[in-house]
Ligand binder design. Structure first.
Ligand SMILES: [Zn+2]
Length: 329
């Protein structure tokens, strides 16, 4: 195995120099065995930067790798298609289908491909639906609750969560409209697919959510760079949630609207508006234990004013970046 020797390494939440990396372990350069093969890189190596909300039916996933995303979470698609994609691209983690009420969101949407929704008819059926997604390789479960369409009864959503947790799968809820965030929290969901944007979240509810949930950001879907009331509501909700210690993951809902098929500096800047620092943003984009690595050829820039634009130049460190072998000391 080759040792990676970058100019600097962002690892375990801090920037280090004079270190080498192998198998996810950083060691002082002096500890690299003499004669061991090294691959030197200018700039900074860091854990893989990813997007926790994409839809592979609506965006070309291999393009995202070229756009600097080292891994993605597909949060709703046709299970067989997403599974086939992930077999070719193991950096795709996926939820399988949207679990929804009969006639619920997004069964009524033109963008939702046939087979991407699994209507759940009862608590017993919830158990089957989760088992099907798991059998298709899902490592997350996606549930939708849209107040403008039929929604699952609370007991059915709880049954989805119970079945998912029994298999070790976290549950991500699309919560849209009055009462849906509280419903997701009360059902025991682990994540929200979007920072709530349809109304201001009550502070007590934000505090409860912060104690247990992670919210996926998706702030830039509101206006794509042009301020909108929904964007302001979402940023206010996220600020409140973070103030109570809530955890956020960077996610953009790629496939939904004119988003760059890449790391999105507007999403990063919106997260900064909600109070995240550059180190917080790096934590929100990286997932402990993932094998992928990202690379910033010009080095990591932690200046809040220029961080977003500079992070968007990150590349995925893969076989396309050829090693340069140098002799040991
Ligand atoms: Zn989505």
């Amino acid at each position: 195995m080759t040792w990676l020797v970058p100019d600097s390494l962002w690892w375990d939440g801090r920037l280090r120099t004079g270190v080498a990396l192998r198998d996810g372990r950083a060691v002082a350069l002096a500890e690299v065995p003499p004669g061991a093969e090294r691959r030197r890189l200018p700039g900074t190596v860091l854990p893989g930067l990813g997007d926790a909300h994409v839809h592979s039916a609506l965006v070309d996933v291999p393009t995202l790798h070229a756009g600097g995303l080292a891994y993605v979470w597909d949060l709703g698609g046709v299970p067989e298609k997403v599974a086939a994609l992930a077999a070719r691209h193991p950096w795709v983690r996926y939820a399988g289908p949207f679990l929804t009420a009969p006639g619920g969101y997004p069964t009524d949407r033109a963008w939702a491909p046939a087979g991407s929704c699994r209507e759940v008819r009862s608590a017993a059926d919830a158990h089957d639906a989760v088992g099907e997604a798991h059998a298709a390789g899902a490592t997350l479960i996606k549930v939708t609750a849209h107040a403008g369409a039929p929604m699952l009864p609370a007991a059915t959503t709880r049954a989805v969560v119970t079945a998912a947790h029994a298999l070790g799968l976290p549950v991500v809820v699309h919560a849209e409209g009055p009462g849906t965030v509280a419903g997701a929290y009360e059902a025991g969901a682990d994540l929200l697919a979007h920072t709530p944007w349809t109304e201001a979240v009550d502070p007590a509810l934000a505090r409860d959510c912060a104690g247990r949930m992670t919210w996926i950001s998706t702030l830039d879907i509101h206006g794509w760079g042009t301020p909108t009331p929904a964007r302001g509501t979402a940023i206010g909700n996220l600020r409140l949630f973070l103030g109570y210690g809530g955890k956020v993951r960077y996610g953009t809902d790629l496939g939904n609207g004119p988003l760059p098929p890449a790391i999105n500096p507007r999403e990063l800047r919106a997260l900064q508006e909600a109070g995240l620092t550059p180190p917080d943003l790096l934590a929100a984009m990286t997932e402990p234990g993932r094998p992928e690595l990202s690379w910033l050829p010009a080095g990591l820039d932690l200046d809040p004013a220029t961080f977003a634009a500079s992070l968007a130049t990150a590349r995925v460190l893969g076989p396309g970046v050829q090693p340069r072998h140098i002799a040991g000391p």
